[in-house]
Design a binder for this molecule. Sequence first.
Ligand code: TUI
Length: 310
Amino acid sequence: MKTRLTELIGTEYPVIQGGMAWVAEYHLAAAVANAGGLGLIGAASAPPEVVREQIREAKKLTDKPFGVNIMLMNPNSDEVAKIVIEEGVKVVTTGAGNPGRFMDAWKEAGVKVIPVVASVAMAKMMERAGADAVVAEGTEAGGHIGESTTMTLVPQVVDAVSIPVIAAGGIADGRGFAAAFMLGAEGVQMGTRFVIAKESIVHENYKQKLIKAKDIDSEVTGRKNGHPVRQIRNQLTREYLKLEENGASLEEMEKLTLGSLRKAVIDGDVKNGTVMAGQIAGLLKKEETCREIIEDVVNGGMRLLEKGWK
Ligand code: TUI
């Protein structure tokens, strides 16, 4: 299946795996790459040398292209930006900020740059700065989010830029894939569905929490402090929202969430840890391989697109 995105990044399918903190490590990235999608290593807040090691491990598991996601709120992002060039990474995606200051160095090194954006203004700015494509991520997504829904954001970004647009937020099956293409996207990015992939190293408790989740089980914390994060409701979100309601200090809130994503992903503490997931978690049914996931999404989507509205 060829789109401008597959041409750009050299994958078989127009499917990108989200660069999820703690979750998107090299086993998952390589499995997605081997299944024909673009796997990503999520640098998140990992020490830069750990990111380098992750890239080298992924290379041992796949000869297909894969990328690195750089979370721009991380103070280490300058160093990680250099490492991706040194290690010959083919694609970089960015989140939670403006990657403008790295753009020239990446372009000069031949790295394809795909910023994740949550607004039309940011998409236009990224195109002007030389981005090769953008991921337009709606507020249905898990983790750090913007305000607009995927349904409204994607067509407005498509109309505003001429580079390829990849839709993200709320997509986990063939119906979401087809809908994204109907909105003008030329690819999709999925996070939540890959969290429960067989190759994902996420703790079984976390996977089961997502499989059991219903449509309304996610909650957004941090709206008041400017860092809204979507996650599955639990003891931690209840405590957090209570503190937020009572006007607690940033320090108090940070005490609660420090290391909380690791607690859920690695230790399996889904009560006191942060269980980031998108609103589509309610659709998830079972653990499958990355190949099964990608084939289900692409084949299901293509069947719908060929069938039309009937
Ligand atoms: O980045 C994400 N999702 C994330 S990052 C993350 S790590 C984290 N951990 C704990 C607390 C907070 C974050 C978890 N999930 N998605 C991409 C994304 N980017 N969504 C929204 C944005 C965004 C927001 C503002 C992109 C650009 C932007 O512009 C800011 C500016 O500088 O104008």
